[in-house]
Design a protein around this ligand. Structure first.
Ligand code: NAD
Ligand code: RM4
Length: 255
């Protein structure tokens, strides 16, 4: 296999499980040293680092809640201390506490904004400052969502954060282009992870969601590995400000 990220240092937020974990392990499979941020799941973080090391790469887990801006500067500083640089930053951490619109609790709305959008803003800023200081460019990838483009009845707090991430990558692509830093997003469809386990425990909803996908199945976390590694790699050297749907065709499936 051609290794696409040989010699690079990759940082991924929220990588103890799900898509973030798949991205971190995928980066290691492609020759990168990988630092992961995690919030609470120590066992998940340790096992992700063990997988990275099993692939012959260096791994590091740094604990921190991304809703606190200091987590961002700490994560980047710890990664630089361990690996000397940051080449790729993947903003993945996110929450989606499904809830109806009319009685959305203020704290659920605010927490979702703070984790998904404010957290991303300060993480991307900290990673970009480090890349600018290094002077050899870099790649930033946000895990946005198909939900940046379409709505969800129980996601009125969540979809604006995903549209916000998509927009953040467009604006940072402009702000950081002169430094050779590329900014793109992936827009996953419905991927089977902890974030939607309860929501998809409803058989009728799960069948409906599966039925919307032309490729005939819901996604798995490692379906995101290739698209994220591609955008991180030099194969995507002239790609910035772009977004890549990774949804089995769900978005285009009108009729
Ligand atoms: P997941 O619940 O397995 O992963 C979310 C990760 O974020 C977990 O590791 C969690 O610990 C971490 N996290 C949550 N709050 C955090 C905080 N405050 N600080 C640090 N880490 C925190 O679910 P997932 O599906 O892998 O989600 C990853 C990303 O993918 C999210 O941003 C989500 O919006 C996005 N996404 C998921 C789907 C899907 O269908 N699963 C679709 C589109 C986009
Ligand atoms: C995604 C999309 C999926 C949902 C997850 C939580 O953005 O809306 O359908 O399961 O979020």
């Amino acid at each position: 296999m051609t290794k696409l990220l040989e010699g690079k240092t990759v940082l991924v937020t929220g990588a103890s499980a799900g898509i973030g974990r798949a991205a971190a392990i995928g980066a290691a499979r492609h020759g990168a040293d990988v630092a992961i941020n995690f919030s609470r799941d120590v066992a998940g973080a340790e096992s992700a680092v063990a997988e990275i090391e099993k692939l012959g790469q260096r791994g590091l887990a740094v604990k921190g809640d991304v809703s606190d801006p200091e987590t961002a500067t700490d994560f980047v500083a710890r990664a630089v201390e361990a690996f000397g640089k940051v080449d790729v930053f993947v903003n993945n951490a996110g929450i989606c506490p499904f809830h109806a619109f009319l009685d959305m609790p203020v704290e659920t709305f605010e927490r979702t904004m703070r984790v998904n959008l404010h957290g991303a803003y300060f993480m991307v800023q900290a990673a970009a400052n480090q890349m600018v200081k290094q002077g050899h460019g870099g790649a930033i990838i946000a895990v946005s969502s198909i939900s940046a483009l379409v709505g969800g009845e129980y996601q009125t707090h969540y979809t604006p954060t995903k549209a916000g991430l998509h927009s953040l990558m467009q604006s940072t692509a402009i702000a950081l282009g002169r430094y050779g830093i590329r900014c793109n997003s992936v827009l996953p469809g419905t991927i089977l992870t902890d974030i939607n386990k309860d929501d998809l425990a409803d058989d009728e909803k799960r069948r409906y969601m599966e039925g919307r996908v032309p490729l005939g199945r819901l996604g798995q976390p490692d379906d995101l590995e290739g698209p994220i590694v591609f955008l991180a790699s030099d194969l995507a050297r002239y790609v910035t400000g772009a977004s890549l749907l990774v949804d089995g065709g769900a978005f285009v499936n009108l009729q």
